[in-house]
Design a protein around this ligand. Structure first.
Ligand code: TRP
Length: 338
């Protein structure tokens, strides 16, 4: 480890453990994290407690995916020697900080949070929203500040949560009387949200429209075969549209040589390039990208004991970190101590 390790900006980000990670996660965040781990002190949180806020009816699923998501991280090249992977539910300081922070935010403010507002609508909760769900931005503020993270790589949809975190930070620092907690900056991925293979808004985890990081060669080919293109591009000779054409969206996201893709696009627009030829190209790109990921994943999945040990070590380190912050916050807030 470099002598300046402590001066690296601290990153905290994570994923709810509700399902397998897919190409959308890879393009939008995982690839970025693999690069950032060498220039930042990075913590990845397996957010099982947060996953419960809308999965309380299926806690077994949430637990099962803790290890599965860890396999996904390691498979894409997260290096446990430089990135700390930890389990949220095994970090009691996060729960305690959440409880304290809860007093520095109002229900009205939580209900106004655009992310929460949209998610409540999406899930049809109405007034019957679980209290834990309404309050998960407070818990996320606890996650971020417990590590004193100043950088939080997230998707665009999470930006309001970072804003809310910083409001809580300012309220707390004012109450405490000095700047104990740093404000955090969202690092919004420049790669837009990858659509599902049907071209619909989001690469959903659960509806078979996603290409999983663990997908077999046949599953990849089948997904590419089904992929939405330009419905008006019937014969190869016809001119076709590239915009909204999922095959090209994926090529833009994953192909290594933009010049080759530009050439393909030009030919497609002109007419004379069939869907099957473009799909063959994408199939090759995705097979090449996912083969090493799938192989690494299989090796880790064959050694769950080894990965459990990594999680124990990571969580142990995170526990020390988060407990230290909790101690400072308790003392700053003049919480009674025995
Ligand atoms: N809310 C994030 C998601 O749904 C997961 C998460 C939990 C998180 N705690 C975090 C992200 C802290 C960034 C920082 O994917």
């Amino acid at each position: 480890m470099s002598a300046f390790a402590n001066e690296r900006p601290i990153i905290l980000t994570g994923d709810r453990t509700t399902g397998p990670l897919h190409l959308g996660h890879y393009a939008g965040s995982l690839k970025n994290r693999v690069a950032l781990q060498h220039t930042h002190e990075q913590f990845l949180l397996l957010a099982d407690t947060q996953a419960l806020t809308d999965n309380a009816h299926d806690p077994a699923k949430v637990s099962r995916y803790v290890l599965e998501v860890a396999f996904d991280y390691l498979a894409v090249g997260i290096d446990p020697a430089v990135t700390t992977i930890c389990v949220q539910s095994a970090l009691p300081a996060l729960a305690e900080l959440t409880m304290l922070y809860m007093n520095f935010v109002t229900v009205a403010r939580l209900e106004r949070n655009p992310t929460i507002k949209t998610e409540i609508q999406l899930r049809g909760f109405g007034r019957d929203v679980p209290a834990g769900f309404l309050c998960y931005p407070v818990a996320q503020a606890a996650d971020i500040t417990a590590f004193k993270a100043t950088r939080v790589p997230v998707g665009e949809d999470q930006a309001p949560l970072i804003e809310q975190t910083n409001e809580i930070v300012r309220r707390l620092n004012r109450q405490i009387g000095h700047v104990l907690l740093p404000e955090a900056q969202a690092m919004i991925s420049t790669v837009g949200r990858l659509p599902g293979i049907d071209g619909k808004a989001k690469m959903s985890k659960s509806h078979g429209k996603a290409i999983l990081l663990s997908a077999s060669p046949d599953e990849i080919s089948e997904a590419v075969r089904q992929m939405y293109t330009d419905p008006n591009h019937v014969r190869a000779a016809d001119p076709g549209t590239v915009e909204g054409n999922v095959v090209f969206t994926y090529l833009d996201a994953f192909a290594e040589e933009p010049a080759v893709i530009d050439e393909l696009k030009a030919r497609y627009r002109r007419g004379g390039l069939g869907d099957s030829a473009v799909k063959r190209h994408l199939d090759e790109v995705l097979q090449a990208l996912l083969a090493p990921i799938r192989e690494r994943r299989a090796r880790y999945a064959a050694e769950p004991g080894y990965v459990m040990d990594l999680l124990r070590q990571g969580t142990f380190k995170a526990r020390e970190r988060t407990q230290a912050t909790l101690t400072e916050v308790r003392s700053g807030l003049e919480i009674f101590s025995l």
